[in-house]
Design a protein around this ligand. Structure first.
Ligand code: HEC
Ligand code: HEC
Ligand code: HEC
Ligand code: HEC
Ligand code: HEC
Length: 283
């Protein structure tokens, strides 16, 4: 009898907590899952481009693309090259918007139809101008590749790549100027993910971090060290504001956990007292 009573008490205290967490987890993890990979794969482009008839040097393009961040985000062959993925005979017809392989200096506009903010900064930059006027600047593919494009990071800037055309000095200065903010954003992201793993979702902060990151990331493409340095403080302040809220949540979480342990102990104590009293009463 008394065991039953204390078990019921403990369950009553802890059940709502688990029920809420479970439902939230289910909704977030399961219902929001993107069901897009299948769509990306049904495409006559891929069917034909992986067939034995395809030239060997072109045949591994779909495999390369499958490793990319674009693939994970459902950006397929025709999103970049145009054409009709559902109609084999007209797939590469210009009537269906096929643009084929972009020329070296056409690449920025080709990618920039989706990456608009980056295109704008790139075009005004030393690289953009060098490409437009003398054809000597790097295009997007020079730094990101074309089919196996990965999430961007400062690792893209390294000596062998940047010294193809000039000394590494200015490239290194840019990398250093970007490092502090990148580092801050990385740590903040880890904190938010760690909170999420504990069932706390900071959606507002996550969105704000995402916006800040997207804005900051376009900055590199200006390749203007002074401009980047001038903006560093502004970004730093924005990130500190998010960081303060995240830190508060960590503290609150510890408090809440201690508080529920405290409550649990009280209820267990009460259960023990009740069972002792009821035993006495029976005697
Ligand atoms: C029926 C087969 C077939 C289909 C379907 C097909 N392709 Fe192709 N594709 C080819 C062949 C063959 C080539 C030419 C290879 C060569 O001769 O260089 C080619 C070449 C290309 C090129 C390079 C063109 C250039 O300008 O150099 C691109 C880009 C391309 N395909 C994209 C696509 C996209 C996007 C789709 C789907 C909308 C698609 N292909 C559908 C067979 C196909
Ligand atoms: C993110 C945009 C993007 C996507 C997605 C993409 N491509 Fe491309 N593709 C390019 C670019 C840019 C080039 C030009 C590459 C260069 O300049 O080196 C290119 C070049 C090509 C070429 C010509 C290669 C050569 O060496 O002549 C073929 C063929 C091709 N793509 C097929 C495909 C197929 C098939 C898919 C889907 C599996 C695909 N592409 C997906 C951007 C893309
Ligand atoms: C000289 C090398 C270089 C060139 C050219 C270049 N990029 Fe980048 N790109 C980078 C680097 C480095 C980063 C990472 C910057 C950072 O971490 O702050 C980046 C980041 C990005 C991102 C990620 C932004 C984000 O929100 O995370 C995208 C998208 C991108 N570039 C697209 C492009 C496009 C489109 C072009 C052509 C118009 C282009 N890049 C040209 C080096 C380059
Ligand atoms: C049809 C639209 C479209 C085109 C064209 C396109 N992209 Fe993207 N790109 C996306 C989307 C969507 C994502 C995923 C969302 C994100 O991460 O920003 C992405 C992501 C990226 C990223 C990783 C961003 C990150 O978060 O680090 C890079 C780098 C990138 N693209 C470069 C390119 C380059 C280079 C080209 C041209 C060869 C190109 N993109 C063409 C839509 C496009
Ligand atoms: C395909 C050739 C090429 C590659 C690769 C290249 N650059 Fe450049 N870069 C240029 C040209 C051309 C200029 C403009 C002429 C100049 O100032 O030397 C330039 C200028 C610059 C400048 C000075 C811009 C200014 O406004 O003063 C910086 C910074 C820079 N590049 C950074 C980088 C970084 C970082 C990388 C590697 C991720 C890189 N570059 C790779 C061609 C290239």
């Amino acid at each position: 009898m008394r065991y039953l009573l204390s078990i019921i008490l403990v369950l009553v205290v802890s059940l709502p907590v688990y029920a809420v967490n479970f439902r939230e987890l289910f909704e977030r993890e399961f219902l929001s899952k993107p069901w897009t990979i299948e769509r990306a794969e049904e495409s006559t482009c891929i069917e034909c481009h992986t067939s034995d008839l395809m030239k060997p040097e072109l045949r591994n393009i779909p495999q390369e693309w499958k490793k990319s961040w674009h693939y994970k985000n459902d950006i397929s062959c025709d999103d970049c090259h145009g054409g009709d993925r559902e109609d084999k005979s007209m797939a590469m017809s210009h009537k269906r918007g096929f643009v084929g392989k972009p020329g070296y200096s056409e690449v920025p506009d080709f990618c920039g139809k989706c990456h608009i903010g980056i295109l704008k900064n790139y075009k005004m930059s030393g690289h953009g101008r060098a490409l437009r006027y003398t054809g000597t600047g790097p295009n997007c593919v020079t730094c990101h590749g074309s089919h196996n494009i990965q999430k961007a990071s400062l690792d893209i800037i390294y000596e062998r790549r940047c010294t193809q055309c000039h000394s590494y000095e200015r490239a290194k200065a840019i990398k250093q100027a970007l490092f502090d903010i990148e580092d801050k954003m990385g740590r903040l992201e880890e904190d938010i993910l760690s909170l999420r793993a504990q069932g706390v979702y900071m959606d507002e902060e996550e969105r704000e971090l995402f916006r800040t990151k997207a804005e900051f990331r376009t900055l590199f493409h200006t390749i203007d060290v002074n401009l980047i340095k001038d903006n560093t403080e502004k970004f730093s302040e924005r990130l500190d504001a998010i960081d303060a809220r995240v830190k508060d949540t960590f503290k609150e979480l510890v408090f809440r956990r201690n508080y529920s342990i405290f409550l649990m102990l009280i209820f267990i104590g009460m259960a023990v007292i009740i069972s002792v009293i009821s035993n006495r009463y029976r005697e």
